[in-house]
Design a protein around this ligand. Structure first.
Ligand SMILES: [Zn+2]
Length: 165
């Protein structure tokens, strides 16, 4: 199955899309060693501790990028999610381009109710943005599309980090 925007892509982009769609999992070497960080992340979020959440996310980013052999990225955790006209922004991935490294920005609170984001959706957002990084640096794709394969890779990482889910 392909998403409807596939039909509007050029032939070259369709090739990239299909390459992305064909990769279904991201095997994580020694993912178990990161489980301790996952439970710390859940409690930092519960306590609404932005500094600690950011520190733990940075440690998690180091653990994940080093295990997967991709460049480290910068990570920022901000307080309230910005709203765009269409939808609330959950996370953001920015390519390194002129900077020293790529950047992931995550938001702790929903714009509407200012509630802290639930742990699982926060971690999902983190992994979603990390999957964009993997598209460029692990799979060497020239573009990063939201394909079915992309969402499977996101889930694959999630289940290796939260095995009881
Ligand atoms: Zn995305």
């Amino acid at each position: 199955m392909v998403f409807s925007y596939y039909n509007k892509l050029s032939a070259a982009r369709k090739r990239v899309y299909r390459m992305s769609d064909e990769i279904h999992a991201v095997p994580l070497p020694d993912g178990k060693a990161l489980h301790r960080l996952i439970s710390r992340l859940a409690s930092a979020l519960e306590q609404e501790d932005r500094d600690r959440t950011e520190k733990i996310c940075r440690a998690l980013a180091r653990g994940l990028t080093s295990r997967l052999g991709v460049p480290l990225l910068r990570l920022k955790v901000l307080a309230v999610r910005p709203t765009t006209r269409m939808e609330e922004l959950h996370g953001l991935y920015e390519l390194a381009e002129g900077r020293a490294s790529a950047v992931i920005t995550l938001w702790m609170r929903t714009a509407k109710y200012r509630r802290v984001v639930a742990f699982r959706s926060f971690l999902r957002t983190f992994l979603h943005e990390l999957c964009h990084h993997l598209d460029y640096h692990l799979y060497n794709l020239p573009d990063s599309y939201h394909t079915e394969g992309f969402y499977k890779r996101e889930s694959s990482l999630f289940h290796q980090l939260v095995p009881e889910a």
